[in-house]
Design a protein around this ligand. Structure first.
Ligand code: 5GP
Ligand code: ZN
Length: 139
């Protein structure tokens, strides 16, 4: 994707603060960090979102998240980690090249990766389980 900023960063065409790199991924520091140490896992190949990325690469992305957070939780150090991955504008995705946010959390940081719990109604439960029935039929 010639006009994708994360393709250019992942390929090293645009400089970035690179925390880790291998054949498949570049892990960079976010320019607008939610907290100190906020990093992004970028695949070197372009996929817009989780729906498009191949299973094998998605699995490697999570392994990379595990590798980086396991080291950085002690190296920063931080008190916890949120792993966030946005798909679609409605979900807050602003760069349409798959990426995983690694957000270190510090006690009382008020970073706001949270939501107000609602209520699972009987009607919603039944409708949602019906909507997802193909998941159970094909498994
Ligand atoms: P999204 O909202 O798509 O899930 O996340 C995009 C993230 O990329 C944001 O946290 C934003 O701060 C970060 N970002 C956008 N452009 C750049 C850039 O050019 N360099 C870096 N390092 N981060 C970027
Ligand atoms: Zn891209």
């Amino acid at each position: 994707m010639s006009d994708c900023i994360f393709c250019k960063i992942a390929a090293g065409e645009i400089p970035s603060a690179t925390l880790y790199e291998d054949d498949d991924f570049r892990v960079i520091l976010d320019l607008g960090p939610a907290t100190r140490g906020h990093a992004l896992i970028l695949p070197k190949q372009h996929y817009a979102n989780l729906y498009e990325i191949p299973d094998e690469l998605a699995a490697k992305a999570i392994q990379t998240a595990k590798k980086v957070t396991t080291v950085m939780k002690d190296a920063l150090p931080c008190d916890g980690y949120n792993i966030v991955q946005n798909n679609g504008e409605a979900a807050g995705q602003t760069v349409f090249h798959f990426h995983i946010h690694l957000i270190p959390r510090y006690r009382d940081d008020h970073a706001g990766v949270s939501w107000k719990p609602g209520t699972l109604t009987d009607e919603d439960r039944d409708a949602i389980l019906e909507a997802g029935k193909s998941l159970r039929e094909n498994s």
